[in-house]
Design a binder for this molecule. Structure first.
Ligand code: AMP
Ligand code: GLY
Length: 424
């Protein structure tokens, strides 16, 4: 079997790593990949957003499956383009990926499907949006409709902040076309969880919930990042929450899309807020989360390729996905300055020592320079470890982190600490 994975982050390294451990030993390619994927797959020098380049490569190489990591190519229609060539894809078609690509569309689907989510309004004019703020209490959440690389959400503590965000997006072109429409919504209290729902268009299998850590510093301080660490299973997502997510969120959304003539195949990432107002959907993503994937996929005990193929072919079966019993934790090591500007090309040492300590190191932003692994991104590495429980997994992950060095490396010291209160 020949598989192409699209993307170049920690998520894609984890997908490649998991597929490399499958019993059928598939021949793996990664476009464009990084220094981590290069050890397990053939990196193909085609950008993740180069849809035409990916299709041209696939037409020649005829992979048995293409697994799409990031949202941009999905929202640009890479699945539609590949399927038109008769190539199987894990990842939704463009119309289905709009659940992530357009927050207004996503909110409309949720409303029609009866899925619990923050109360909202959609606006194209700043004057109307500002007048509409009267209907919300503070804080209030302002979201650019389209893809904004995780920066399109403003939690406004004051009315002035909300008005400024609305004017910047709707009049100032702050996010370009992505901000030409905005969603204004109620702020929800609670704790977040990420649930990956594997979907074949009709049937759904949930993977155990994970929790991300968005802020750069300990105790959720400092600016937002792409995610500084994750753990699974997340005890906040009880069996009851998981059943609710499947029956009252994912299945109704798939049915509502079907009613509109849209088939959702791939992973539907449910960003949940669990709190005094119960379980609400903050957002949907049309792909695996990063860094959640770096704990959730290594926790899958069964082979991955048969499951991804079953999703793409509309024949997912319950019980196909078996999980390992342990807890898993991943700690992101970031470049100095991240999430602001940061240098590249810093030499990394200690990768083998971290593996020898029992960790798996996924490369998020690395490159090979004359045989030396160097930094090439803001999130550089993510160090994953298992343990009999979360505390043991945390201890092992930090043991691995302690082996690795590059100039100015920084990481959070409190990954998974929020979960300890639920443990015996
Ligand atoms: P989103 O891209 O919609 O997930 O938003 C990014 C982050 O903003 C989420 O992970 C939450 O931390 C926060 N957020 C978004 N919407 C809300 C909301 N309605 N209430 C509280 N926090 C929110
Ligand atoms: N970890 C959040 C995301 O992938 O969007």
């Amino acid at each position: 079997m020949k598989v192409l994975v699209i993307g170049n982050g920690g998520r894609e390294h984890a997908i490649v790593w998991k597929l490399a451990h499958d019993s059928c030993a598939p021949e793996l390619f990664c476009a464009p990949g990084n220094a981590g994927t290069a050890a397990l797959a053939t990196n193909v020098p085609i950008g993740a957003e180069d849809v035409a380049g990916i299709v041209a490569w696939a037409r020649e190489a005829k992979p048995d499956l293409v697994v799409v990591g990031p949202e941009a190519p999905l929202c640009a229609g890479v699945t539609d383009a590949l399927e038109a060539e008769g190539i199987k894809v894990f990842g939704p078609c463009q119309a289905a990926a709009a659940l992530e690509g357009s927050k207004a569309f996503s909110k409309d689907v949720m409303e029609k499907a009866g899925v619990p989510t923050a109360r909202f309004r959609v606006y194209r004019s700043s004057a109307e949006a500002i007048a509409g703020l009267d209907a919300f209490s503070l804080p209030v959440v302002v979201k650019a409709d389209g893809l904004a690389a995780g920066k399109g959400v403003v939690i406004a503590q004051t009315r002035e902040e909300a008005e400024t965000a609305l004017r910047e997006m709707l009049d100032g072109g702050r996010f370009g076309a992505a901000g030409a429409e905005v969603v204004v919504e109620e702020f929800l209290e609670g704790e977040e969880a990420s649930v990956f729902a594997l979907c074949d268009g009709e049937r759904v299998e949930l993977l155990p919930a994970a929790q991300d850590h968005k802020r750069v510093f300990d105790n959720d301080q400092g600016p937002n990042t792409g995610g500084m660490g994750a753990y699974t299973p997340a005890p906040i997502a009880t069996a009851e929450v998981m059943a609710f997510t499947k029956e009252q969120i994912v299945l109704p959304v798939l049915r509502e899309l079907k009613r509109r003539g849209i088939t959702y195949k791939g992973v539907l990432f449910c960003g949940l807020m669990i709190g005094p107002k119960g379980v609400n959907v903050l957002e949907f993503n049309c792909r695996f989360g990063d860094p959640e994937t770096e704990v959730v996929l290594p926790s899958v005990a069964s082979d991955l390729l048969p499951v991804l193929l079953a999703c793409s072919e509309g024949r997912l079966e319950s019980g196909m996905v078996k999980m390992r019993p342990e807890a898993a934790v991943t700690v992101v090591m970031a470049a100095p300055g991240y999430p602001g500007s940061y240098p590249k090309g810093l030499a990394i040492s200690g990768l083998d020592a971290a593996e020898a300590a029992g960790c798996t190191v996924f490369h998020a932003g690395t490159a090979l320079r004359e045989g030396q692994v160097v930094t090439a991104g803001g999130r550089v590495l993510t160090v994953t470890a298992f343990g009999a429980d979360l505390r043991a997994a945390v201890a092992k992950a930090y043991e691995g982190v302690g082996q690795i060095a590059f100039e100015g490396a920084h990481y959070r010291r409190d990954i998974a600490a929020k979960a300890f209160k639920y443990l015996k």
